[in-house]
Design a protein around this ligand. Structure first.
Ligand SMILES: Cc1cc2nc3c(=O)[nH]c(=O)nc-3n(C[C@H](O)[C@H](O)[C@H](O)COP(=O)(O)OP(=O)(O)OC[C@H]3O[C@@H](n4cnc5c(N)ncnc54)[C@H](O)[C@@H]3O)c2cc1C
Length: 307
C-alpha cells in the first residue's frame, strides 16, 4: 500500500518541494497518468516545471531514503492496483520546453514526441516523421530508444543531458548512449534525462506533412487506438513478431477481466472495460506461457511492470 502522505520522509519531501514552488499531489491515482488507465494511488507526485526545480528535488538529502522514480507520459508502464509506495517525479506536461535553431532541436524531457514533431514540421525539418505518432515524452523515448516504421531515436539524437542522483548535470554524446533495440544506457541506471538534443535536416514541408499523415493513417488502421493500452506489450523476438506468434497461438480476442488481446493487433493488450492492473498482468502471463509452450519462444516484456 502507498505510504501515508503524512509519514516521515514523504511529508518532509512534500514540504520541501512545496516551499520550492514545485506542484505536488498526494495519493494521486496513477490511472490518471498512464495510457493503460490503470494503477492505484501514489504517495506523492512531484511536477517540476524547470530543470532547476528538478535539480532541487534530486539534491534533497532525504531522497535516497525514499523509493522514487521518474515518469514521462506513462505510455510504457504498468503500475499495480495497490499503487506506488513512494515519490514519482512526473515530467510530461510540466518540463516541456522545446526550442529550434539551425536544424538543432533542444527538447526538455517531458516534451511529447508529437509536439517536437509539430515544431520540426513548422520549421521544415525532416527526421521526426516515423516517431511523430508515438505517444511518449522525449525522455521516455530516449530511455528505451523508441522507434517505428524504420526510424528510431538513435537516428536523430546527438546528445542527452542527464542529472545523476546528486542532481549534477552532464551532457552525454550519442556515441556513449548505447542505443540498441528498445534499450539504452539509461535502463536501470538511475540517471534522469533532463534534455535531449536532436539534429534534423531541411526538407520540403509538404513532403514532411504527407509522411506524417501516412504514418498516422497506418497506425489508425493497424492499432487499437480507440482503447487504452501501452502499445506493443512485448519486444520483438529475433527474426519474428510478437503479434504474429500470439495470433498463431489463437490468443487474439482472449480476455481476463477487463483486459483483452486486441482483435486488431495481437501485440497489444487493451483495457476493454474497467481492467485492473492484475487483469493485465494475468493476461501477460497467460500469453507468455502459451506462446512458450506452443512455439518455444519466450516473449520479453517491453512494458515496464512496476509493483
Ligand atoms: C498506442 C501506443 C502506441 C505506441 N507505439 C509505439 C511505437 O510505435 N514505438 C515505440 O517504441 N513505442 C511505442 N509505444 C510505447 C511508448 O509510447 C514508448 O515506449 C515511449 O517512448 C514511452 O515514453 P513515456 O514518456 O510514456 O515513458 P513512460 O511510460 O512514462 O516511462 C517508461 C520508462 O522510461 C523511464 N523514463 C521516462 N522518462 C524518463 C526520463 N526523463 N529520464 C529517465 N527515465 C525516464 C520511466 O522511469 C520508465 O521506466 C506506444 C504506446 C502506445 C500507448
Amino acid at each position: 500500500m502507498p505510504l501515508n502522505p503524512n509519514s516521515d520522509g514523504i511529508k518532509e519531501l512534500l514540504d520541501y518541494a512545496a516551499s520550492n514552488g514545485i506542484k505536488c499531489l498526494t495519493m494521486e491515482p496513477l490511472s490518471r497518468h498512464t495510457t493503460f488507465k490503470v494503477g492505484g494511488p501514489c504517495s506523492l507526485m512531484l511536477f517540476p516545471d524547470t530543470i532547476a526545480k528538478l535539480r532541487k528535488i534530486l539534491s534533497w538529502q532525504g531522497l535516497g531514503e525514499i523509493r522514487h522514480m521518474v515518469l514521462g507520459n506513462g505510455s510504457n508502464v504498468l503500475f499495480s492496483d495497490q499503487g506506488y509506495n513512494g515519490a514519482i517525479i512526473s515530467l510530461a506536461g510540466s518540463l516541456n520546453s522545446v526550442k529550434e535553431s539551425d536544424g538543432v532541436i533542444k527538447a526538455e524531457a517531458g516534451a511529447l514526441l508529437s509536439r517536437v514533431a509539430r515544431l520540426a514540421l513548422e520549421r521544415g525539418l525532416t527526421g521526426m516523421e516515423p516517431l511523430s505518432g508515438i505517444p511518449g515524452s522525449i525522455g521516455g523515448a530516449c530511455y528505451m530508444n523508441a522507434g517505428a516504421y524504420g526510424g528510431e531515436m538513435k537516428d536523430i539524437v546527438t546528445s542527452v543531458t542527464v542529472l545523476n542522483r546528486n542532481g549534477e548535470l552532464k551532457a552525454i554524446p550519442r556515441e556513449e548512449l548505447m542505443f540498441g533495440h528498445r534499450t539504452s544506457r539509461f535502463i536501470g541506471s538511475g540517471d534522469i534525462i533532463a534534455e535531449c538534443t536532436i539534429k534534423l535536416s531541411k526538407a520540403k514541408k509538404s513532403d514532411i506533412q504527407s509522411a506524417m499523415e501516412d504514418f498516422s493513417n497506418r497506425r489508425r488502421l493497424k492499432q487499437p487506438l480507440e482503447y487504452p493500452s501501452a502499445g506493443s506489450v512485448f519486444k520483438r523476438p529475433k527474426d519474428d513478431f510478437a503479434g504474429r506468434l500470439i495470433e498463431q497461438c489463437g490468443l487474439k480476442g482472449v480476455s481476463i477481466g477487463g483486459a483483452m488481446v486486441s482483435q486488431k493487433h495481437a501485440g497489444f493488450i487493451i483495457n476493454k472495460s474497467g481492467a485492473t492492473s492484475q487483469d493485465i498482468k494475468d493476461l501477460i502471463d497467460k500469453i507468455r506461457t502459451t506462446v512458450y509452450n506452443e512455439t518455444g519462444v519466450l516473449l520479453e516484456c517491453e512494458v515496464q511492470i512496476i509493483d
